[in-house]
Design a protein around this ligand. Sequence first.
Ligand SMILES: [Zn+2]
Length: 298
Amino acid sequence: MIFEKILPTERMRENMVNKIVKEFNFVKTEKIGYSVCGRSIDLMSIGNREDSVLWIGAHHGLEWITTLLIFEFFYEMCEKIKFNKNICGIDLKDKFSKRGITAVPCLNPDGVEISLNGFESVPKSKLPIKNISDRFAAQWQSNANGVDLNHNYDAGWEALHKLEEKNNIFSPQHTRYGGNSPESEPETKAVTNLCRKNNFEYALAFHSQGEEIYWDYGDRTPKNSKKFAEIFSIMSGYTISKPEGLAVGGGFKDWFIEEFGKPAFTIEVGCGENPLPIEDFNKIYSRIKNALYFCALV
Ligand SMILES: [Zn+2]
């Protein structure tokens, strides 16, 4: 593995992107936006952007292991393309002349930085909670405004907002506060703008943990989503699940399905307590790798 022991801080992510671009001249990069604290939200893509799929990591700060997962898989895939390798008889060079993968490894750069490096990584004036102890930093799920990005999408947002209040969540905090309005956060806006400008075939959002895949939301869910989830489940051993309570609505998967009527999935990688330790990475990656190839190639 290339990136298995690397904590994906802002600096290390920059190194990873540079390494990938240097080694594989067919990879394109761009910045799709900036976080609350001005950190760039980077995109890498290969293949045909007209027929591309979208993979997103680290909606949640403490789930930075998903960023690593995307970088590792993207690198491995690029290496196979560069050296003309086949997967199950599929010529990757040929495949990616027709289809593409667009990856946003880290949607929540401030949240990841807080989880890995503490509250010092965010200017004090920005933080929604004053005098918070660094011992809570590792558990930080939200962005730097204290908004949970996966509660901030315009899909059942009002109902979710009411449910948040029922659960005594009224203001910015480390988790599950959906903001003042849908798409109030620059990170959420960056993704919705990206999706509206591109015609993605489907989307995957990686989270941790639970070894689960979620596939449905409302009556716009396409029929083939369930089949996709079933194959993913067989290949990875992950369970097919249905969201409940505060996990219903407001999320990226929900919004993508409702907005475009196309498949979108939440994949909860790994098992244990968040943040999953970096020592788990090898095990997580090995277990899910074949299923990721399936996702990349169908
Ligand atoms: Zn998550």
